[in-house]
Write a protein that binds this ligand. Sequence first.
Ligand SMILES: C[S@@+](CC[C@H](N)C(=O)[O-])C[C@H]1O[C@@H](n2cnc3c(N)ncnc32)[C@H](O)[C@@H]1O
Length: 310
Amino acid sequence: MVARGSGVAARRGDAPTPCDAPRDASARAIVEHFARATADYDLWSPGLNMHFGFLRRGLSPFRLEPMLEEMNLQVRRRLGAPSRDGARVLDLGCGVGASARSMARGGHLVTGLTITPSQVQHARLLNERAGLSEQVEVRLQDYTRADELASGAFTGAYCIESACYARGLGKRDLVRETARLLRPGARFVVADAFYRVPPARLPWPARALLRRIAGRWAVESFAGRAAFATALREHGFRDIVFEDVSLRVVASVAHVPVTVARFLGRAARAGRAGLHRERWRNVEASLLTALVPLASPWFRYYLVSATRGA
Ligand SMILES: C[S@@+](CC[C@H](N)C(=O)[O-])C[C@H]1O[C@@H](n2cnc3c(N)ncnc32)[C@H](O)[C@@H]1O
C-alpha cells in the first residue's frame, strides 16, 4: 500500500479549489470516508481495485484479484473499442485508478475523476509506476459538475461502484453530467448494486440492512433500477440494458471475511493509537455484505450499458 504523503509531491492544482470543494454535507462525508478507508484496500486487492469481482468460467473462485480484474474487463468489453482519434473515456469515481489502468492496458486513453484529494496523488503515483501517466490522467473533480471538461468530448464513460455515491435513486445529477460530456454514439457502462423495487416496499429487516451498509460506506442511497433507467432515457440515452450479474459477484463477496481478518491484524498492530472510525465503518459495511443475499429478491448487482443518443 502506498501511504499518503509517500514522497510524491502534490502537484499544483491538487488542493481543493472552490470549484472542487465538496458540494454539501453528503459529499464531505464521502471525501472523509475515502480519505481514511482507501488505506485498507490493499488488504482487499494488491492492485487496489475498490470493487467486487466477476466470476466467469475459467477463473478460480478462490483467487480474488483475477475476479476483480475481470470486472474491469467486463466493463471494458461493454464500452467497445478504443477511439482511433485519440479521444478519451471517463472513469467517473476512479478511486486510485486501478480500473483506469486496466482500460489503458486495453488501448483506451482515460480521464479519471474523484472527489477525494488524497486519491488523486495516490493514483498519479501508481500511474507513473505502471508507466501509464500519458494514458491515464486523474483529476480532482466532482462527477456531477465537471465544468472544466468540454461538452461532447468523450467517447465513453463508466462508473464501477461509484454511481451509488450520486444523489437519489435515479442519480440524475450524474446522468445529466455524463450525457453532457459524451459524444453521440458513446457508451456509458455502470457496475453497481441497485434496488429492484422502491426501498419503501422492502421488508424492514432488508431495508434496515441496506441502509446500514449504505451509511457505513457514506452512500446516501443506493440507486433504484427503474429510477436510473428513467434518468438515462430522459437524458437522451438509448439501448439501455440491465444485466443481472449478482451470482457472478457472490464468489468475491465470500472473500470479505479474509480481508476483515487481515484488517483486525492491522488494527492489533496499530495498538493503542487505533485506527480511524471510518476505517472500522468500512469494514463493518463489508462484513454486512455477507447478509445481502438475504435481500436478493429486492436488491441485485447489475452491469448497465447505454448509448448516448444523437
Ligand atoms: C468504491 S470507490 C470505487 C473506485 C473505483 N471505481 C474502483 O472500482 O476501484 C468510489 C469512488 O467514487 C468516488 N466518488 C464518489 N462521489 C464522487 C463524485 N461526486 N465525484 C467524483 N468521484 C466521486 C470516490 O472518491 C471513490 O473514488
